[in-house]
Each structure stands twice: as structure tokens, then as C-alpha cells.
Design a protein around this ligand. Sequence first.
Ligand SMILES: Cc1cc2nc3c(=O)[nH]c(=O)nc-3n(C[C@H](O)[C@H](O)[C@H](O)COP(=O)(O)OP(=O)(O)OC[C@H]3O[C@@H](n4cnc5c(N)ncnc54)[C@H](O)[C@@H]3O)c2cc1C
Length: 377
Amino acid sequence: MDDNRNQHQLPKRVVVCGGGIVGVSTAYFLAKKGAAVTLIERSSIAGAASGKAGGFLARHMCDGGPLSSLAHASFNLHRSLAEELDGSRSYGYRPLTAVTVSVKETESPSKSPVLPPWVDGGVESGEIIGTTETTAQIHPRLFTRALLTKAVAEYGVRVVIGKVESVAVEGEGVVVKVEKGGDVGGDAVVLALGPWTSKLPELSSRFRVYGKKVHSVVLEPKDDGDVITPHALFATYYPTHGASPIDPEVYPRPTGEVYICGPSVEAEIPDGPDLVFPDRESTQLLKKVAGMISSRLKEGNVRTKTEQACYMPCTDDELPIMGVVPGMKQCYVASGHGCWGILFGPATGAAMAELVLDGHSSIIDLNCFSPARFLRA
Ligand SMILES: Cc1cc2nc3c(=O)[nH]c(=O)nc-3n(C[C@H](O)[C@H](O)[C@H](O)COP(=O)(O)OP(=O)(O)OC[C@H]3O[C@@H](n4cnc5c(N)ncnc54)[C@H](O)[C@@H]3O)c2cc1C
């Protein structure tokens, strides 16, 4: 370790661009390791997918592939962060059971013991795919903001609100140009811009991160929310008239609210998170399916708290991109976490902090996530 430190010029001032879960986790672990960190976010902290996601965490669902160790490390890190940040109280961390269900217009109510009593609609029972040992949930916006609050209060992270326009390597350091905000200099920069990563001119020619638009709704049952037990439902809804099935996901939260999202569609990303709007037809469909699953979620028995949309950051080989940007010394990227960015956020942050400050990551092997793989291809 010490030899390695001597070989690398240690960056001390690090600029992190992007205030989603990936940028905030990276800022947190960098600052905890002693770096002077400036985080730059153009809109609001966790204002994009990191605030509008489901918040479902699974240790085992990536097993057997290159994402397995990232999933295991991050699931465990979420558990220890929940203790450190009092997560069950402050951001709804809790273990839960995950079950699959089929939803059909013609189905009669299921009597399966696998399903909790509040799932009393026209569904066919499926199977348990996660237990309280292997699956958990958080409220992603509350988590991201709680982590940043601690990073600011205890480790001195500085937050700048402004749009990053460009990044340049100058000598041994970097200069980040912020719209109407001047330049922010540092020894290194980490670009965690989610689906906007390829909008930065310096990155667009090197690899592609694109967006898939996903809708979600948050429903508040008018009845006692305690009836809705901690069961995540992975539904497949089969519409009548031959339309393609869709796969909505249903996540009850400890507050009694129920979050439902799906499906995802590749779409052009607007200039910033504040310009992302939901289509009414898509949110209406989610509400309809929720009502088919449970009488407690039927129109009339719920208040619609939120109808929203956001973009998942995706890559061509479905793996995140984490590492040094080829040809740009001291410029790092952490993006493209697809449908698992809330799970992967903490381990990504811890690994990126080690990479930037120590020259390598011990928590996970970053080799298969390196941006250089696109050059090789
Ligand atoms: C509907 C939905 C449900 C999901 N559910 C889950 C789930 O249950 N579990 C799970 O693990 N994952 C889930 N995901 C995936 C997860 O939400 C994402 O992978 C993750 O949030 C990506 O985080 P990020 O920080 O990379 O990007 P983002 O959250 O998009 O953050 C990027 C940030 O960068 C900022 N930015 C962009 N450009 C600039 C610029 N030029 N200057 C300054 N700032 C800039 C943006 O404003 C934004 O705040 C879900 C995704 C969706 C869409």
C-alpha cells in the first residue's frame, strides 16, 4: 500500500460532478478518507433518478455475472451505513420480502400463502425471490440527502449548484468550468452525471451513456397504512387485446405509502432533470395495475401523492463505467449503473474514493468496469 502511495501523486482536492447517489456516495467516501471535496450539481441533490427510484436492494440478484461482487459489497455497505446514519428512522431502511405476481384482467383473487393479505386483487401467485436476509429497501432521495448532510457536516464537503460545462486537464490538475459560476480547480475530478454523462463534450466521443425513461407513482392509502406489509411485488401485467405485457414493480414504504414504477423505454434526454415530465397515460396505467393488485390501492381508496418520470443511465454492454477516462489524467467517470444504481451507489463511491486517492480499489475489482474497454472494443 505504501509503495503504491509513493508511486502516485496523491490528489487532495477533488471535484465531484453530479449530485445523484453515485456522486454523493463518491464525495462522502473521498471526504471521509481525507480529501477536500467540492460537489457540483446543476439542479437539486437527488433530483433525478436517485430521488425517483424505487430504492430496492438485493444482494443476490446479480449473482453469476460481473456485477455480483459489486452487489454483495454494496448491499453490505448499505446495511452498515443504515446503522451509522440511523437509516431505519431517517430514510426508511428495512429488510423486506420480494415476490413475483402475474396480473390479468380475467384473474380471480389468489389464495396463495406466498402473498400478503393486502394483495387481494386478480393476481396469480408467483414465487418468493427475496427474503429479509437478501433483500431490503431505502427511500433513495432521503438516503442520498442524509449521506450528503453527513459529508458536509462531518467531512467538510462543499456543495456548488451550477451546470458543469466542460472539464480540462491542466498540468497536474483539472479545471471544471461551471456555467455562470467560473472555474473550480482541483487535483482530480470524478464525473458522475448519470444519463447526462455523454452530454459532456469531453466524454461523448469516448463511450456512450444513454437514458431509458421510466414512470412512477406514489400512492397513499386512505386506510391504515400498517396493513400494507413489507413485501416488494415484481408484477407482470398482461393487458387484454394482445398488447405486450409490462413489468411494474411495487414497493410499499415504511411510511405507509406505496411506490409503483415501470416500464422503461429508451428516449432522448432533456437538457436537465427539471425538464423531465411524466406522460399521463403511463402514470394512469401504473395506477390501474396497482388497483388490480390490491383493493387498498384502487382509485377512491388512495390519494395520489406523486406522478413522475426519470431516466435510468444505461451503457451498451449493460455494465457501469467506472475508472480513469482514457487520455485524461486525473479525470475519472462513474456512471451507467442502469436499474441497480441505488444498490450499487455506496460501493461505487467507496471504490472510486480508493481509486482516486490510493491508485487502486480494494473493495471491488474495477477492471471490468474500466472506460478503457470501449477503446479495446
Ligand atoms: C424508475 C426507476 C426506478 C429505479 N429503481 C431502482 C431500485 O429500486 N434499486 C436500484 O438499485 N436502482 C434503481 N434504479 C436505478 C437508479 O435509480 C439509477 O441507476 C441511479 O439513480 C443513478 O444514479 P446516478 O447518480 O448515476 O445518476 P442521477 O441520479 O441521474 O444523478 C446524476 C446527477 O447529475 C446531475 N448533472 C447532470 N449533468 C450535469 C452537469 N452538466 N452539471 C452538474 N450536474 C449535472 C443531474 O442533475 C443529476 O442530479 C431505478 C431507476 C429508475 C429510473
